[in-house]
Design a protein around this ligand. Structure first.
Ligand SMILES: O=C(O)CCC(=O)C(=O)O
Ligand SMILES: [Fe+2]
Length: 231
């Protein structure tokens, strides 16, 4: 299945109801293994982040360099136009500007002009004891409000633990947590910053953070796609 064959209105409805939406399988197990094997090719990356060093958790991830590997560039380009109507709809509900052009290349050119020039797609590798603290992937003033993470391993077989976590701050209420097991080759769509939720006065923005629970055994790899670049 390709991203443009997704039942898009169903995913949009799932995002509204649960704050995240899991796609059907988009990558084959072989395609997933090819992507996770890129982790061992340091020339593909502009930086390696040690999570413990920044107190972001434990483990490592790597930022791809431009030009992105073909499958990564293709997935980023395929998802942007699919997420765009949701981004615009959310902006309308929240009465915010929607600065995103139809074309990903044009949007990235706007990021680059604003000084956000560095690529943000990442490959993550977690071993036993590794985890990712709750965070938001904001890298400057220009923000595309949705992002995607691909599970590259088979949960239960390749690793245990390592659930994807979302915590949503609700207006004048306690926060809600959601954990998701990412099946191999599936993508989870979620918000980078906040999302519209119903409130007494119409819509308000609920801030959302994401992270990963501790991996207990084995290894877990994911591919993370953010659609704005970094300062
Ligand atoms: O490894 C994961 O499931 C989440 C990684 C992450 O923080 C991201 O994709 O932005
Ligand atoms: Fe993240």
């Amino acid at each position: 299945m390709k991203p443009d064959e997704l039942g898009w209105s169903a995913l949009a409805a799932e995002l509204d109801e649960h704050g995240c939406a899991l796609t059907p399988q988009l990558l084959s197990p072989a395609g997933c293994r090819e992507l996770s094997a890129l982790y061992d090719e340091p020339d593909r990356f502009r930086a390696t982040i040690d999570l413990a060093r920044y107190r972001f958790g434990s483990g490592q991830y790597r930022y791809f360099s431009y030009p992105l590997p073909e499958p990564v560039a293709a997935l980023r380009a395929a998802f942007y136009p699919l997420l765009l109507p949701i981004a615009r709809d959310w902006a309308a509900r929240l009465r915010r500007p929607a600065p995103w052009p139809d074309d990903l290349g044009e949007w990235l050119a706007q990021c680059h002009e604003a000084g956000q020039t560095r690529p943000t797609p990442i490959l993550l590798r977690y071993g036993p004891g590794d985890w990712n603290a709750l965070h938001r992937d904001l890298y400057g003033d220009l923000v595309f409000p949705l992002q995607v993470v691909f599970g590259l391993d088979e949960p239960g077989a390749d690793h245990t633990g390592g659930e994807f976590l979302l915590v949503e701050q609700r207006p004048r209420a306690q926060s809600r947590g959601t954990s998701t097991v990412l099946p191999q080759g599936h993508a989870l769509i979620f918000t980078t910053r906040d999302r519209p939720v119903r409130s007494a006065r119409g819509w308000s923005a609920a801030p959302v953070r994401h992270g990963v629970s501790t991996v207990r055994t084995g290894r877990r790899h994911t591919l993370g796609l953010v659609f704005h670049d970094a300062a």
